[in-house]
Design a protein around this ligand. Structure first.
Ligand code: ZN
Ligand code: ZN
Length: 364
């Protein structure tokens, strides 16, 4: 079985044959059909996020359940599934209160199975799986709790993107910020996540959606996904534009789909008094952003973070699939390039160069 392994930061991933053990109790084996290339994979590949290595990367994927271990009841062979990259023990404080993304009910390290052991080996060495899945791989053995069954009409590449960028962006608007009809919204960054924040705002009924990026090519996508105004941040100041468009008041909500010092400060500045700024993009671990406590208090601003769009995968993956099948959610337009697993390093280059809305690896 082939998989793409990160052995060392800042080296190309190695696509090689590895050994895979079958599913144990509570686990399943899935044939991966499509997997997206996301900045979070890149953060590990380039060392921004310290992770145990060697590791099979990839976390945004869909596939076909092939085999289940003992005591698995949520999926069976033949099911079409989308992988959730967060655990879901079903018993902890967070699972019990509907905030499953924050689940802390398991004690094992995140790159190995719940019993603390590896399912992947190469030349005898244990190989970690990103987020316990590691989907840059022809097959994945993982805890069955991370598999969400979906309707079989859903095409594979589009289903894969419902595993990360679609819910992260749409959920940031609908589940985390709970943007209401008629709201004004700023979105900084128009990559795979930012475009989904934009369409989330459209679905929520926002009337002003201001999209901001450094690349004009991405602003064209932003319009297609529902932006009412676009700002090239190399030529204009998004905070100023947000103010002008709202008669000097500034917008109700602002989303940072990048994750950096500058963009975090911009979203706080871009919202009106009483407004909500949401950090969606995942910054390098060491990034800090100096907010102004006086202004936060005096203007009653809210700064929130959201992981995975604060979604509940068991509820929201099927919901997003339904919206797509009804023609109300754009995902076809996100799949701008397809690669083979062997071309994964080219996928990273294209993503970093801003040449794709989202690139997807598909398996023949
Ligand atoms: Zn991702
Ligand atoms: Zn839990």
């Amino acid at each position: 079985m082939k998989a793409a392994i990160c052995y060392e930061p800042n080296k190309p991933l190695e696509v090689v044959d590895i050994d895979q053990e079958g599913p144990r109790v509570g686990e399943a084996r899935v044939r991966v059909m499509a997997t997206g290339v996301c900045h979070s994979d890149w953060h590990i590949a380039n060392g921004d996020w310290a992770s145990p290595l060697p590791m099979v990367l990839g976390h945004e994927a869909a596939g076909l359940v092939e085999e289940v271990g003992p005591s698995v009841s949520n999926v069976r062979p033949g099911d079409h599934i989308i992988f959730s990259f967060r655990p879901h023990c079903g018993r902890c404080l967070y699972c019990s209160t509907g905030r499953t993304i924050l689940c802390d009910g398991h004690t094992a390290e995140r790159g190995v199975m719940l019993d603390g052991t590896f399912r992947l080996r190469r030349r005898g060495q244990g190989i970690y799986q990103m987020a316990r899945i590691g989907t840059f791989s022809e097959h994945v053995v993982c805890p069955a709790e991370m598999l969400i069954p979906i309707r079989k009409e859903m095409p594979w590449a589009q289903a894969a993107l419902v595993g990360c960028c679609v819910p992260t962006g749409v959920g940031a608007v609908t589940r985390c910020a709970q943007v209401e009809t008629g709201a004004s919204v700023v979105v900084i960054g128009c990559g795979g996540v930012g475009l989904n924040v934009i369409q989330g705002a459209r679905i929520a009924g926002a009337t002003a959606i201001v999209a901001c990026d450094l690349l004009d090519s991405k602003l064209v996508y932003a319009k297609e996904f529902g932006a009412t105004h676009t700002v090239n941040a190399s030529q204009a100041d998004v905070v100023g534009v947000a103010r002008e468009l709202t008669a000097g008041r500034s917008v109700d909500y602002a989303f940072d789909a990048i994750g950096s010092e500058k963009t975090t400060l911009q979203i706080v500045d871009a919202v009106r008094p009483g407004g909500t700024a949401v950090i969606v993009g995942m910054a390098p671990h060491a990034t800090r952003a100096p907010i102004t406590p006086f202004a936060m208090a005096a203007q009653e601003k809210v700064l929130k973070g959201t992981m995975y769009g604060s979604i509940r995968p068991n509820v929201d993956f099927p919901w997003l699939v339904e919206l797509y099948l009804q023609g109300r959610l754009k995902i076809d337009e996100l799949v701008s390039r397809r690669w083979k697993l062997e071309e994964i390093n080219e996928g990273f280059q294209a993503m970093r160069g801003g040449q794709v809305a989202r690139g997807v690896v598909t398996f023949a």
